[in-house]
Design a protein around this ligand. Structure first.
Ligand SMILES: [Zn+2]
Length: 138
């Protein structure tokens, strides 16, 4: 989805909610949709994709990130997540690490299908991250 004007919070929520519908979560029954906004406003969505070999499963957030990177995007401003959980869910540790590589200043908003929401900065969710600088490569 490409956007010339900044996407509204409601629109971003709707993209994540639409992605959640496609989640493949027969093992956990925990469906997640994510929508990631690139710096130029383009939005990429993802859903969790579980596997009978449990560790093979991937999260919605990393699905959206992979879709964005393969399209040539490497800088992001916002992430929206939608779940059926009772309380807004933050990205798991692995996704936090994946996202900080490209978007240390990312703003994360998590929604439940029942209408609750919470907002965090990725910097608050993952203080003292491991970064490319940690490898002394940059
Ligand atoms: Zn995750």
């Amino acid at each position: 989805m490409s956007s010339q004007t900044p996407i509204s919070a409601q629109q971003l929520h709707d993209v994540a909610a639409a992605a959640m519908v496609h989640a493949y979560a027969p093992y956990s029954d925990f469906r997640v949709g994510a929508a990631l906004v690139a710096t130029d406003g383009t939005v990429f969505s993802g859903c969790n994709v579980e596997n009978s070999s449990y560790p093979v499963g991937t999260c919605a957030e990393r699905g959206a990130l992979a879709a964005a990177v393969v399209a040539g995007h490497r800088s992001f401003t916002q992430l929206a997540i939608v779940t059926d959980a009772e309380e807004p869910t933050s990205p798991c540790g692995m996704c936090r690490q994946a996202l900080v590589e490209f978007a240390p200043n990312l703003q994360v908003t998590s929604y439940t299908t029942s209408g609750a929401e919470a907002c965090w900065s990725l910097a608050d969710l993952l203080p003292h991250p491991f970064t490319p600088q940690s490898l002394h490569l940059t």
